[in-house]
Ligand binder design. Structure first.
Ligand code: 48N
Length: 320
């Protein structure tokens, strides 16, 4: 049985409001008039959406997703974790090098990590100067308090940054997707100890969470010469890549995040954002787990500027 002809909605089958609003011009050709919300006011009785077939929706989603998955199977950079540091990294990298193909792999359905609230469920977000420079670059409004600035809601920072990153044509966010291992290659002259990182191993997060209670569910991969890991401090998913380096004995042990000291913590994390092993750059709070840096608590300037630094470390590789 031949599949039903796909219904291609035309303006004629669109809402009568739209049809009625078709403008015409001198040569009699019908010019499509985009329906405005105002056109709908008072016309709800006649309101109808353009008809669609469910398969059109399915294909609209799957064609795009699998085209992205195919394109990003070979990426220039993979950023693991779309928290404030990972998103800041992506923003800087994608703007500086629009030719680079950047994949962001985020385990949660909702990117943004810990940056949707300022601290202890309070909404305002504090950033110490000079991180206000990053806010101005991204276009996030803030209140200037002298040595620090306050974004009235952390979600304003995260949603603005996220929307800018998602609009960049060379960036693809794979959310609800977990990095569950690293692709590695022998180090210089075949040194198995000195492995370099060459990409990531991924799976749907819901799958990664159930490896122990389901039969084997093998992963997928993304090859990339540079991986930037910003998976946050230790937790169920946090500090993933550096913990994996320890479990594969590529680094001896983790320093473990120290107690809260805002001044010490933020300077250290920005200054020490770096390539931990060839092919793997670590930034944000994941770095505190490597170096034993202090935590800074509810201030986010170091996350943004660690992202700036991580992007610059990656650019060094591509500008060699
Ligand atoms: O927000 P986080 O946890 O990490 P950062 O480093 O971007 O920002 C840290 C910041 O929110 C703080 O912790 C603040 C400053 N507090 C400090 C303090 O003293 O308490 O984002 C990490 C993201 C999350 O969205 C995770 O879901 C994701 O990484 N993630 C992963 N994504 C993919 N694969 C994984 N294996 C993985 N692990 C974590």
């Amino acid at each position: 049985m031949s599949p039903p002809a796909a219904i291609s909605p035309t303006l004629a089958t669109a809402t009568p409001v739209a049809a009625a609003k078709q403008a015409s011009h001198d040569d009699g050709a019908v010019q499509k008039h985009e329906v405005s919300v105002a056109d709908m006011h008072g016309n709800w009785d006649a309101f109808r959406f353009a008809p669609i077939r469910e398969s059109q929706v399915s294909r609209a989603m799957t064609r795009r997703y699998f085209a992205d998955l195919d394109a990003h199977a070979e990426s220039d950079v993979v950023i693991v974790g779309a928290g404030s540091c990972g998103l800041s990294t992506a923003y800087v990298l994608a703007r500086r090098r629009p030719d680079l193909r950047i994949a962001i792999v985020e385990a949660s359905v909702s990117p943004g990590g810990g940056a949707w609230l300022g601290g202890q469920l309070f909404s305002a977000m504090v950033m110490r100067k000079p991180a206000d420079a990053f806010l101005r670059e991204v276009g996030v409004p803030y209140e200037d308090e002298g040595a620090y600035v306050v974004v009235k809601h952390a979600a304003l920072f995260t949603s603005t940054l996220l929307s800018k990153v998602l609009l960049m044509p060379n960036v693809k966010l794979f959310n609800a997707t977990c990095v569950e291992d690293l692709i590695t290659r022998p180090g210089e002259d075949g040194d198995e100890e000195g492995i370099r990182v060459a990409g990531v191993v991924t799976n749907w997060t819901l799958v990664s969470m159930h490896h122990d209670d389901q039969s084997c569910m093998d992963p997928n991969t993304i090859n990339a010469p540079i991986v930037i890991s910003t998976t946050g401090h230790d937790g169920p998913m946090g500090a993933f890549c550096v913990k994996r380096l320890v479990s594969m004995q590529r680094i001896e042990k983790l320093g473990g995040m120290r107690g809260l000291d805002m001044n010490a913590a933020e300077d250290a994390i920005v200054k020490n954002t770096r390539e931990i092993v060839p092919g793997l750059i670590v930034g944000g709070m994941e770095l505190s787990e490597v170096d034993g840096a202090n935590r800074m608590g509810p201030t986010f300037g170091a996350m943004a500027l660690s992202g700036v630094k991580a992007a610059e470390e990656a650019l060094k590789v591509f500008e060699l």
